[in-house]
Design a protein around this ligand. Structure first.
Ligand SMILES: [Zn+2]
Length: 202
């Protein structure tokens, strides 16, 4: 029997009582899992397969798709108090960027902290930056794009998602990110656009 801690990132109903789950495992990375009988009312795993819930699982690997045998809930997302758009942002990343059986434990842990914080905008944007960095789509995010300074880099060049310093921003029309950059609309919109652009290119 194999084990992992996994977060459900997609769940599709199959026949009458089953589901095919796409999960992000800390050790295994993204993979699909067959959850037989999971939709039956007396299934003990039933409550543990909600999207963005995390469980310790055991699964059987034979021929074909791995088969879920046991699950124990670790944490669940409180859907009532969440901005739908933030859920969409996180699922978009997980479903588009992760490759099957490519493990990213650091990303997995960052995802868990973001879920713990209820996927508020700041934690979602921080998670997205970690994601892009881990995947190699964001080489540097600590220096001004134009002069390479690391001082006063509170401005953003939205076009290719790069930071710009106080001395360069007016020449290149970069926008000020404000006191709370990770919560700013400029930052969020630019990140949305940048991620969409990457997905279109890969
Ligand atoms: Zn500069």
């Amino acid at each position: 029997m194999s084990r992992d801690v996994v977060t459900v990132i997609k769940s599709v109903n199959y026949s009458e009582a089953d589901k095919v789950l796409t999960v992000f495992g800390r050790e295994r990375g993204k993979f699909t899992l067959f959850a037989k009988g999971i939709r039956k009312i007396n299934s003990k795993n039933r409550g543990n397969v909600q999207t963005l819930s995390t469980s310790k699982i055991s699964f059987y690997e034979g021929k074909g798709m791995p088969l879920l045998t046991e699950s124990e809930l670790v944490q669940i997302l409180d859907f009532d108090n969440i901005h739908v758009e933030n859920i969409r942002r996180v699922l978009f990343l997980l479903n588009h960027f992760l490759q099957e059986y490519d493990a990213y434990p650091k990303l997995f842990d960052a995802l868990q902290s973001a879920i713990k914080k209820g996927l508020d905008l700041e934690s979602v944007n921080r998670l997205r930056l970690i994601f892009l960095r881990e995947m190699g789509f964001l080489v540097d995010f600590n220096h001004c794009k134009y002069c390479n300074s690391s001082e006063n880099i509170g401005y953003l060049d939205g076009k290719d998602f790069a930071l710009v310093c106080e001395n360069c921003y007016s020449i290149y029309k970069a926008k000020y990110l404000g006191e709370s950059p990770y919560n700013s609309k400029i930052f969020t919109d630019a990140l949305d656009r940048y991620i969409k652009k990457i997905v279109e290119e890969i």
